[in-house]
Ligand binder design. Structure first.
Ligand SMILES: *[C@@H]1O[C@H](CO)[C@@H](O)[C@H](O)[C@H]1NC(C)=O
Ligand SMILES: *[C@@H]1O[C@H](CO)[C@@H](O)[C@H](O)[C@H]1NC(C)=O
Ligand SMILES: *[C@@H]1O[C@H](CO)[C@@H](O)[C@H](O)[C@H]1NC(C)=O
Ligand SMILES: *[C@@H]1O[C@H](CO)[C@@H](O)[C@H](O)[C@H]1NC(C)=O
Ligand SMILES: *[C@@H]1O[C@H](CO)[C@@H](O)[C@H](O)[C@H]1NC(C)=O
Ligand SMILES: *[C@@H]1O[C@H](CO)[C@@H](O)[C@H](O)[C@H]1NC(C)=O
Ligand SMILES: *[C@@H]1O[C@H](CO)[C@@H](O)[C@H](O)[C@H]1NC(C)=O
Ligand SMILES: *[C@@H]1O[C@H](CO)[C@@H](O)[C@H](O)[C@H]1NC(C)=O
Ligand SMILES: *[C@@H]1O[C@H](CO)[C@@H](O)[C@H](O)[C@H]1NC(C)=O
Ligand SMILES: *[C@@H]1O[C@H](CO)[C@@H](O)[C@H](O)[C@H]1NC(C)=O
Ligand SMILES: *[C@@H]1O[C@H](CO)[C@@H](O)[C@H](O)[C@H]1NC(C)=O
Ligand SMILES: *[C@@H]1O[C@H](CO)[C@@H](O)[C@H](O)[C@H]1NC(C)=O
Length: 691
């Protein structure tokens, strides 16, 4: 003791003369005296150095190359309370390493290669927090953590634990949290958690667990969160008994086969329950008795053929997507609070009139890819009688036209999604008097937005419109005004300079991944859009972009519009904002708006023959060419329609003409100087047999 005092005194003397050199601090480490702590970071050392201040309470040696922890490494620091050894290369911890550290509370050595923890390793310590994540620990035998009176948090994620001792976590009266995700534990023994009466949260996800012995949770009556997702459990029978305080249970992604009357009955406090992605075939009619607190219930991706809603009095959200339901859930009156019901991907053969009327709080129904809709066997009045229903999704149902009959009696006001269908055209009254916050028509077959724009004129309002993935080639003047436009992954080849004239309230627009070459100079001039995505278009930074680039620079908008040039070759990869205005030039002798000559077009073909219409455009710079058919479909060179192709010379080729192809075709040519249009008539004649 006296010698230590003398040493410290002499050290202090030394410090006064040479404050930068502390002899009590190992080389390369930083020592702090207020809270006596030492930090060694990113050093090429393979063993724990010596010479730490003896009063050190916090020691961090991280991102070094320590390979072994030896008995005695820390014995000079009897007051050590917190020890961080993360991200070294520790593979061995010798028995006795932590002996005598009577104050050690917090120990963490994540990101090492430790394979083994010997029983008794922590016998002298007052551990509260232990973190050994991301090592190669293979076993937790009884005696490593068993009977630690102070341990509150135990984290062992990302190891190779394949063996848990029969009493691995037994006798831990203060334990609140265990995380042991991503291991290889085949079985949780019955006594492993004995006495863990304060355990609040247990995560054992993705650990190959196929068995939880009966009674394993019988002392864990305080448990509120249990995560067993991604394991190999086939049954939960008896497992969850007594967890009357459990709030959140996840058993997603296991192999559970059924839920019986006794599986879940003790879980009277459960609010969130994930049983999705299992193999549940059967749920007993009394399975949810006493579970009145359950709010969110996920049963998607199972094999259910029938689903009783009995006793689900508190359920707000129920996911039954991708099961084998032949009929909608039974006994709907039993779920008076159900607001969100997901039934997508079920082979339900029919839906009755007013199918959802007994769900008094229903707000959203998801009916994507449902047999009754794909095969038109759903009663058109199925959505009637549900005045609270405001959100409907009917994606992937193979609709070729707007399912107006299904929507006439419902008051969708929040969200209507009809993505992934085959709709191309709309009638003027399709959306009559609807008010829809979000309208999603992505991945349909719409080629011409004018027809949709006209149909939308009869709605009260739409705030957000999504048309991603439709083969739309052109945005004409005065597109229907909304607050948010999602127009990515289409085939846009040109945009009229007045396309957004009505878009005063536009806040966000996504036109990424289209085929646009230039932006009309004033396109965004009168709108105060906040979010713009223009990526993935083959922007040509030439004279056509001059006016836009000038406007962007003058108005300090270069950060908002990050336009990356693809052409001309010398500017490929350059930001438009970085190109001097004087470099935005075209190689034209005469700058002129396009003019069209259609001489040479076929005017009359036999049905079944090929027809070719000419659109010979003069003008410089080169114009974009759009063809519109008599039925209102529009195509450009980038369209990939099986029958209509726009050729590199501007012509339109119609393969295997049909009688219905007859009529007036319009060729439109657009460059930054102007737009011109010409009409070409086509007659198709044929015998009565040709269609
Ligand atoms: C640790 O060892 C590796 C491999 O020997 C080396 O690449 C790395 O630079 C070392 N780290 C430090 C901080 O010296
Ligand atoms: C810990 O010891 C160092 C000298 O090794 C001294 O400077 C410091 O004041 C001591 N701190 C406390 C809190 O005792
Ligand atoms: C880690 O330690 C082992 C020896 O235990 C050694 O072979 C290996 O090179 C070390 N790796 C690094 C990154 O230092
Ligand atoms: C489950 O409980 C319900 C009533 O709560 C009962 O009608 C049914 O027969 C029970 N099923 C089984 C398999 O015990
Ligand atoms: C439907 O649910 C109600 C309320 O939970 C219950 O009283 C009734 O017995 C159930 N009907 C059937 C057929 O299960
Ligand atoms: C629609 O559901 C059927 C099964 O009913 C499935 O085979 C098909 O892949 C699903 N289609 C889509 C687009 O999800
Ligand atoms: C969609 O409907 C067409 C006929 O309208 C049919 O040929 C096709 O098989 C249907 N596709 C699916 C996925 O049901
Ligand atoms: C341009 O906008 C930036 C922020 O986007 C701002 O810092 C800068 O002051 C603005 N400059 C002018 C001239 O308005
Ligand atoms: C532009 O550059 C990218 C790679 O930087 C290249 O893949 C692409 O083909 C170039 N485009 C043109 C039109 O030269
Ligand atoms: C602009 O053009 C000048 C020559 O006219 C050239 O030197 C310069 O590199 C060009 N700038 C860019 C960004 O291409
Ligand atoms: C259109 O082209 C034809 C032949 O290609 C030519 O004879 C005719 O004069 C052209 N018309 C105009 C108005 O230029
Ligand atoms: C387009 O017009 C030019 C000049 O008038 C002519 O040389 C060319 O052959 C025409 N192209 C077509 C496809 O008619």
């Amino acid at each position: 003791m006296l010698t230590t005092m003398v040493t410290i005194l002499s050290l202090l003397l030394l410090l006064t003369f040479a404050p930068m050199v502390s002899l009590a601090c190992p080389h390369g480490c930083k020592c702090y005296s207020d809270v006596p702590s030492v930090n060694c970071y990113n050093l090429g050392i393979t063993t724990v150095p010596s010479g730490f201040p003896p009063n050190t309470t916090l020691l961090a040696i991280r991102h070094c190359n320590i390979t072994t922890l030896r008995r005695g490494d820390f014995s000079g620091m009897p007051l050590l309370a917190i020890l961080y050894l993360d991200w070294n290369n520790i593979s061995t911890i010798e028995p006795g390493t932590f002996d005598g550290l009577f104050h050690l509370k917090s120990l963490s050595f994540g990101g090492n290669c430790v394979g083994k923890l010997n029983p008794g390793l922590f016998k002298d310590n007052k551990l509260t927090d232990f973190d050994g994540s991301d090592n190669r620990i293979e076993a937790i035998p009884s005696g490593v953590f068993t009977n630690h009176s102070s341990l509150t948090s135990l984290i062992l994620n990302d190891n190779r634990i394949s063996m848990l001792g029969a009493a691995a976590f037994a006798g831990l009266p203060q334990l609140v949290e265990i995380q042991i995700n991503d291991n290889l534990i085949p079985c949780l023994p019955a006594g492993a958690l004995k006495g863990a009466s304060k355990l609040w949260s247990l995560s054992m996800a993705r650990s190959a667990i196929s068995e939880i012995e009966q009674g394993a949770f019988s002392d864990s009556t305080s448990m509120q969160i249990l995560d067993l997702s991604g394991n190999l459990l086939t049954t939960l029978e008896g497992t969850l008994k007594g967890l009357s305080n459990l709030n959140s249970l996840s058993v997603s992604g296991n192999r559970v086969l059924e839920v019986t009357n006794s599986t879940l009955t003790s879980l009277t406090s459960l609010r969130d329950c994930w049983l999705d992605n299992n193999k549940i075939r059967k749920i007993d009619s009394g399975a949810f008795k006493g579970m009145g607190n359950l709010n969110n219930f996920y049963l998607g991706n199972n094999d259910l053929e029938e689903m009783p809603l009995n006793e689900l009095v508190g359920v707000l959200k129920l996911d039954l997507a991708n099961n084998r339901l032949q009929t909608p859930p039974l006994n709907m009156t039993a779920a008076p609070n159900l607001a969100i019901l997901m039934l997508s991907g079920n082979p339900m053969k029919s839906l009755a009139p007013s199918q959802f009327a007994s769900l008094k709080s229903i707000y959203e129904v998801d009916l994507d890819n449902v047999t009754a809709l794909r095969e038109h066997t759903m009663d058109p009045r199925a959505l009637c009688g549900a005045p609270t229903l405001q959100s409907v999704s009917m994606n992937n149902n193979n609709f070729t036209s707007f399912p107006k009959d299904l929507l006439t009696c419902s008051k969708i006001t929040s969200y209507l999604s009809l993505a992934g269908n085959r709709m191309a055209k709309f009638k003027k009254d399709d959306f009559y008097l609807m008010q829809i916050v979000q309208l999603n028509l992505a991945d349909n077959k719409i080629t011409n937005i004018s027809i949709l724009s006209e149909a939308l004129e009869s709605v009260i309002f739409v705030y957000s419109l999504t048309l991603s993935g439709n083969p739309i080639v052109f945005l004409p003047a005065k597109v229907y005004p909304v607050g948010s436009l999602t127009f990515d992954n289409m085939k846009l080849r040109a945009v009229d300079k007045d396309a957004f004239e009505w878009m005063g309230k536009l806040q966000s627009i996504d036109m990424g991944k289209n085929r646009l070459r230039f932006i009309p100079g004033k396109l965004f001039a009168n709108i105060s859009v906040e979010k713009v995505n223009l990526e993935g278009n083959p922007w040509q930074c030439d004279c056509q972009m001059y006016e836009f680039a000038q406007w962007m620079k003058n108005n300090n908008m270069t950060e908002k519009f990050d336009v990356v040039c693809e052409g001309p070759v010398t500017l490929n990869g350059t930001y438009l904002s970085e190109v001097p205005l004087k470099n935005l030039t075209c190689d034209c002798v005469h700058y002129q708006a396009p003019t069209i000559n259609t001489t040479g077009s076929d005017s009359h073909v036999e049905a079944g023959q090929r027809a070719r219409l000419v659109c010979n455009v003069t003008g410089c710079p080169e114009a974009a060419v759009i063809w519109t058919t008599p039925l209102g479909d529009s195509f450009s060179e980038d369209s990939d329609d099986p029958r209509f192709s726009v050729l590199p010379d501007g012509g339109l080729e119609i393969h295997e003409t049909k009688i219905t192809d007859a009529g007036m075709y319009i060729c439109t040519a657009i460059n930054y100087l102007g737009t011109s249009q010409e009409r070409v008539g086509l007659m198709v004649t044929g015998s009565a047999t040709s269609k």
